[in-house]
Design a protein around this ligand. Structure first.
Ligand SMILES: Cc1cc2nc3c(=O)[nH]c(=O)nc-3n(C[C@H](O)[C@H](O)[C@H](O)COP(=O)(O)OP(=O)(O)OC[C@H]3O[C@@H](n4cnc5c(N)ncnc54)[C@H](O)[C@@H]3O)c2cc1C
Length: 484
């Protein structure tokens, strides 16, 4: 039986481990932290439950396909609820509510801009076609060659790789609030909408067409499910076990070392951040230089607050976006001239609005997220300053006092991303999916310098987000199986 060692226990590592174990490999995971899940770990405090990272369950079909590959369904492990409404966006002079079906969303668009619902329907129709092509064809390829992007369908849509999502949206809609609403989903891909190809409108179909879901108990239920599945398949998991070296001899991987012990393996897959994974190799075995990493466009880092409130809050939904300030300016402060945002947009998640298991009775669990540029200075003073900015705006826009109801707050920012996940510059979501950082133009799943060394996760193919990480684990396992 061949042995595979997997570094890290995020979604991509757990996914790769399950596929390899199913194919007959003896798989062992080495995770540096004390719990599995990587960026999707959980914080439980005084009866409040927080997902530390991801909170939007989009593209339920990808999760279904993952579990189906093992003869399972998501409902074997967790209970999913479709959120209604999906989310709410606060602007300075209005609130847009995104319902759980196209009919409700069309009504809301009409309220804002007369005649916009017919444009929306045709936009989403095109987005659905792109979704089918992206998910069933493009995304399932390992990014080894430019030819993978060339299919009958993509050739017919080649213009959509050279136009941006911003241009596509602005062509159809005039109202700035509707424009921001339709530009929001591609933020998950980590780049500015004005730098993201319009083909990625498939994210708008994921949003309006497939809906927003919530696993009862929180996103960590997915990690628990994948851990159970991995263990059912025989995967051994070592936590508190940082890997300090990937061992190589004569250009072939030999295993890893962790806590002073060497562990042999036929294959090593790293699901830790790609840049860090390469630093575990001697210099001659690294594929990419420091200047390569320096020049790339990263998805944002984040300033996060996990807050326990001693009362139920008013005028909020499960997911709430605060777009009452200048979207473009904040994006420039992330990508063009990295600096702490002058007037940040932010996002707040209150899972306890729809799931009473997430907070003590008559209390609210609040997760606040401010996207920021990776690599910024991170100090307790800056965190405190931004907490005040965000809470003041939140109180004003939702029309209530909440500061006096805070039982506790925890924060997480650039320094924590570096310290907890060995993240390059403290990025939260990996490498952005711009045209020049798509498919074969991303760091490779397979090492070109070390035989049987592979990489997976949000810095490689296909990109950032939970569903892409599940796919990344599948793609890398297929390469491993093919070559062994
Ligand atoms: C705040 C935040 C919000 C997000 N929101 C969403 C969302 O709503 N929806 C969505 O789909 N996606 C979201 N994402 C993105 C999503 O969480 C990630 O894309 C995904 O979890 C990445 O998984 P991964 O396997 O690539 O990496 P990770 O989860 O980072 O896993 C890498 C693992 O490697 C471990 N590791 C690092 N170095 C070593 C070492 N030397 N030895 C051993 N182990 C090591 C780390 O501890 C970590 O456990 C969010 C991310 C963040 C941070």
């Amino acid at each position: 039986m061949k042995k595979a060692i997997v570094i890290g226990s995020g979604f991509s590592s757990l996914s790769a481990s399950c596929y390899l174990a199913k194919a007959g490999f003896a798989v062992e995971i080495f995770e540096k932290n004390s719990t599995v899940g990587g960026r999707a770990r959980q914080l439980v405090k005084d009866g409040f439950t927080f997902d530390i990272g991801p909170s939007w369950y989009w593209m339920p079909d990808i999760f279904d396909k993952f579990f189906a590959d093992f003869g399972k369904t998501t409902s074997d492990y967790y209970q999913l609820d479709k959120l209604s409404p999906a989310y709410k966006i606060f602007f300075s002079d209005d609130i847009i509510t995104i319902g759980d079906c196209m009919e409700k969303i069309c009504d809301e668009f009409e309220r804002i801009e007369s005649g916009s619902s017919s444009h929306l329907k045709s936009f989403i129709h095109k987005a659905q076609e792109n979704y089918d092509i992206a998910i069933n064809k493009v995304v399932l390829r390992p990014g080894l060659s430019p030819m993978e992007l060339v299919t009958k369908e993509t050739v017919l849509r080649v213009d959509q790789f050279f136009k941006t999502i911003s241009q596509e949206v602005r062509k159809r809609f005039k109202n700035p609030k509707l424009i921001s609403t339709l530009e929001f989903p591609v933020l998950f891909l980590g780049a500015k909408p004005s730098k993201t190809p319009s083909f990625y409108s498939f994210m708008n179909f994921a949003d309006f067409g497939l809906g927003t879901w919530h696993p009862r108990g929180g996103m960590y239920e997915i990690i628990k499910a994948m851990r159970s599945l991995a263990e059912e398949l025989g995967v051994k998991i070592h936590t508190d076990s940082a890997v300090d070296k990937i061992l190589v001899q004569d250009g072939k991987v030999q295993g890893i070392s962790s806590k002073g012990l060497n562990h042999e393996a036929d294959v090593v897959i790293s699901g830790a951040d790609y840049h860090h994974s390469e630093t575990l190799l001697d210099a001659q075995y690294r594929q990419y230089s420091e200047s390569y990493w320096e020049k790339k466009t990263y998805a944002p880092s984040s300033l996060l607050f996990y807050v326990g409130f001693d009362k139920k809050l008013k005028n909020i939904e499960h997911h709430n976006l605060f777009f009452d300030t200048d979207f473009e300016k904040h994006a420039e402060e992330i990508y063009d001239e990295p600096q702490w945002p002058s007037e940040p947009l932010f996002y707040v998640n209150f899972p306890s609005v729809t799931d009473e298991s997430m907070a003590p009775r008559d209390c609210e669990t609040g997760f606040f997220l401010v996207p920021i540029a990776p690599g910024l200075e991170d100090t307790p003073q800056l965190r405190a300053q931004y907490f005040d900015i965000v809470l003041d705006r939140f109180e004003e826009l939702t029309g209530q006092e909440v500061k006096k109801s805070i039982i506790f707050k925890e924060s997480f920012c650039v320094n924590d991303f570096v310290e907890q996940y060995n993240s390059y510059k403290g990025n939260a979501y990996g490498m952005a999916n711009t045209l020049r950082q798509t498919a074969f133009l991303r760091p490779n799943l397979k090492s070109s310098k070390v035989r049987n060394l592979f990489f997976t996760g949000q810095l490689t193919v296909p990109g950032p987000g939970v569903p892409p990480s599940l796919i990344s684990g599948k793609l890398v396992s297929e390469l491993v199986i093919k070559e062994n």
